[in-house]
Write a protein that binds this ligand. Sequence first.
Ligand code: DX5
Ligand code: ZN
Length: 218
Amino acid sequence: MQSLIAPSILAADFANLQRDVEMVNSSKADWFHIDIMDGVFVPNISFGMPVLKAIAQHAKKTLDVHLMIVEPERYVKTFAELGSDILTVHYEACKHLKQTLNTIKAEGMKTGVAINPDTNIAVLEDFINDIDIVCLMSVHPGFGGQSFIESTYDKIKQLKALISKKKSAAKIEVDGGVNAVNAKNLISLGVDVLVAGSFVFKSEEPLLTIAGLKQITT
Ligand code: DX5
Ligand code: ZN
C-alpha cells in the first residue's frame, strides 16, 4: 500500500508562494494541505482567506484545508467559495459537530475532522460515518517543525478498529512531524494520507523528497 502525500504550505516560502505552489503541482504529491490558524484555537496565526485565494488560483491539485479556528461553522461557506475540496474542522472547536459536517457536505466539500494528540479516539464514535477524513494530529497544533508524537501509532490502531467496527469509509490522515522514517511505520499501519511540511519544504530537493515519500510502500 502507498499513501497520498499532502505537502503543508505552512512550511513554504511565503515570499515565493507561487513558485512553491508550482513545485507541488509538478511533483508527485496528491494534495495541498493548507493550515488556517486564528491565534485563539491555537497560539499562532498563519494566514487567512486572501492567501488561500492566491494559492487556489495556481494550485492544480486537491485543496485540503485544515481549520485551526474556533467556531469554524462561521466560515464553511466562505471556504467552499474559495475552492476548498476538503474542509477539516477540529472536534475540539465545534459546538455542534454533526451540524457543521452536514453544512460542509451541503456546500459540496468532503468532511474532515481533526483531533488533538490528547483527544481520545472514542469521541469520534458518533460521527465516524459522517466523516470522509479523520486527521490525527501527531503534534500539538499551531506550529510546523515539531517532533512526531509516538503515541500516534496507538491512536491509528484504535481509529482503524473504530472505522471497521462502524463500517465507515473514513480515510486516515496524519499531520505533524512526518518524515521518511515514521512514514514507513505510518503506511504499514494503513494511514491513507501523510501531511508533510518541514520535511518537504526545508529539504534541499523538495521534488525528490516528495517522490521519496510517495515511493514508500508496505
Ligand atoms: C500543525 C499543522 C501541520 C503542520 C505540519 O499545526 O497542522 O499541518 O504544517 O508541519 P510539519 O510537517 O513541519 O510538522
Ligand atoms: Zn495541518
